[in-house]
Design a protein around this ligand. Sequence first.
Ligand SMILES: Cc1cc2nc3c(=O)[nH]c(=O)nc-3n(C[C@H](O)[C@H](O)[C@H](O)COP(=O)(O)O)c2cc1C
Length: 308
Amino acid sequence: MIDGFLFYTSILKKAFRQHAQEISYFLRAKKRYIRDGYLKNNPALFLRKKTHHLERCLFAPHLYSSDTAENAAKEIEKILTEGKELPLEQRKWAQKILQEYKTGIRQNTSVFCPMLINNTARKQPQVTAENLMSLIRQRRSRRIFIDTPLTDSEKTAICQAAQYAPSSCNRQTLYLIFVEERELKDFIASTIPGGHQFFAQAPCILLLLSDAGDFRYPEDRMVPFAEGAAAVQNIYLLCETMGLGCCWGSYTSFGSVDREKEVRNRLKIPDTHLIVASLAIGKSNQFVCEIPRDLPENRFGNNCYGNK
Ligand SMILES: Cc1cc2nc3c(=O)[nH]c(=O)nc-3n(C[C@H](O)[C@H](O)[C@H](O)COP(=O)(O)O)c2cc1C
C-alpha cells in the first residue's frame, strides 16, 4: 500500500516537473516572438508565418482572440507596404488573406492552399510506386558505421530532406545540428538513453530542433515532435539511397534528454527551441535482416477499427 503510494507520487512529481519545464519553453518562445519582433530580418519567412497565422484566425476564429488576428493583420500590412523584396506568389497570398480579414468575405474558397495554382496539372513523379515501396521496405535502422565523415553535399541533402518534410500549417520550424567533434559527440551520445552503446561510434550525431514560438500551447504541444518524426523518415530514406545508414535515438525535450541543460549549453541551443529527435548517421555497409511486418489486412479497417 505504502509502496504503491510512493510509486504514484513519484510519477506525479516527475510529471509535474516535466510539464512545468515544457510550459516554460513555450512561454519563453512566445515572449521572444512578441517582444523581439522575431524574424523581422527575414521578411519573406516572417510574412509567411504571419499570413498563416491570420489564415488560422479566419478558419477557426473561436480559437484566437480578436487581438491576435488584428496584430497579425497589422504586421502583414506593414511588411507589404514596406516594399521589401518578396516572392510574388507569397505577396499575392498575403494580400488575399488580408483582404478576407478586412472585408470578412472569403474569396475563392475552392483554393485551400495558398501555393495551389488552379488548372495546372501536377508533374508525374519520376519514381515509380514499386521503386518507392522497395526503398521503404529496405530501410533499416543501422547501428554499425564506417569511420568516414559526412561530406558537405551529404549534409546539405540531409538538411533539405528534413526541410521538405510536411509541417503543420507549413510552419517549417526545424533546425539541424551535425555533431562530429569527438569529445562533444561522446558527451551527446552519453545523454541519449537508447544510444549509449553505439551513437558515439557514428561519424555524426544529428539533432533536430524545432522553434516552439510558432506553436499554440497546449493544443499544438505534440506537433513539433510529429514534424521532427516526418523529417526523420525523409532522412532515413535519403540515407538508404546514398550508402549512408542511420538510427533514430529517442531524444526529446519532453523528458528523454539526459542532462538537457548541459546539452543546451554546450551546443548553444536557444532556450526557445525544443529538441525533437536525434539520429546516428554515417556510411554503413551493415546488413540488417528483414524484420517482418504483420499482414496489411490485419492492420486496417474500412470505416471502423479492425477488419472483422
Ligand atoms: C521514436 C523512435 C525512437 C527510437 N529510439 C531508438 C533508440 O533510442 N535506440 C535504438 O537503438 N533504436 C531506436 N529506434 C529504432 C527502432 O529500434 C527501430 O526503428 C525498430 O527496431 C525497427 O527497425 P527498423 O528501423 O530497421 O525497421 C527508435 C525508433 C523510433 C521510431
